[in-house]
Design a binder for this molecule. Structure first.
Ligand code: ATP
Length: 231
């Protein structure tokens, strides 16, 4: 298994945000977390990324613990917008890729590839604050994957986007998966998870209530129930 989470628990004071979470994801697989607000998705991701230490349990990536700060192996799209509004798209993307140890010339090449992929090559010289929310999210996704990470974590990448932008992001994420990356993402919506993922977990109040292949999860939970519960 490329990613293994064994009994990860996170407590904030007396409150348990994530409780005894187990997870195994193969290299190249796309894994989905479905859960309502406050279910523990972001806390789980922060533990996987090494941004939060689990109170109990452990996370292993290819057999080792990981640290987000400098690892070129990891890409992360946070739920809150993480771009500098006053900086030009090009400066920002190249700067972030260099922090992840990618040479500048390669970062520029990759940036041009992904801006072309989204049919927005002219955004390179625009400031982030000049772009719509949907277009900012495309830049945020490019920032997460530009340095070609082998583990990509996307926290609610489609949240608040219109259907056209959702489809564009989905298709780019699937393209990136074809390069061999392991991808984990969270959503409030079963249809997004179902369309993109191999396996999934449903989180509720910090606990995994059901996990497995999409088919297994649907069988044990019932599609109708999942929609009613999460939407
Ligand atoms: P959302 O979709 O709203 O982001 P989520 O599933 O990502 O939800 P988390 O952000 O992981 O949920 O939060 C899980 C629970 O842990 C929530 O009740 C939240 O208030 C609590 N929590 C998260 N971070 C902290 C913290 N630093 N201190 C105290 N409680 C926290």
């Amino acid at each position: 298994m490329a990613l293994e989470v064994k009994g990860a628990t996170k407590k904030f004071g007396g409150f348990t945000a994530v409780d005894d979470l187990h997870l195994s994801v193969d290299q190249g697989q796309m894994y989905g977390f479905l859960g309502a607000n406050g279910a523990g998705k972001t806390t789980t991701f922060r533990m996987i990324l090494g941004l939060l230490d689990p109170t109990e349990g452990e996370v292993r990536w290819n057999g080792k613990s990981i640290t987000y700060a400098s690892s070129p192996e990891i890409g992360y799209l946070p739920e809150e917008r993480g771009l500098y509004p006053k900086m030009k798209v090009e400066e920002q993307l190249i700067y972030l890729a260099q922090l992840r140890k990618m040479p500048k010339s390669e970062a520029k090449k990759q940036m041009e590839h992904w801006l072309d992929r989204f049919e927005v090559p002219h955004y390179a010289t625009k400031k982030v604050e000049e772009l719509s929310k949907g277009n900012q999210q495309k830049i945020q996704l490019i920032a997460a994957l530009l340095h070609n990470p082998s583990l990509l974590i996307l926290d609610e990448p489609f949240s608040g986007l219109d259907p056209v932008n959702v489809e564009m992001l989905k298709s780019a994420i699937l393209d990136f998966q074809k390069q061999g990356a392991t991808i984990i993402f969270s959503s409030h919506r079963m249809d997004h998870v179902e369309e993109l993922c191999d396996d999934m977990s449903i989180l509720d109040h910090g606990k995994v209530v059901v996990s497995g292949s999409i088919r297994e999860v649907k069988r044990s939970f019932g599609k109708q129930n999942v929609r009613i519960k999460m939407d």
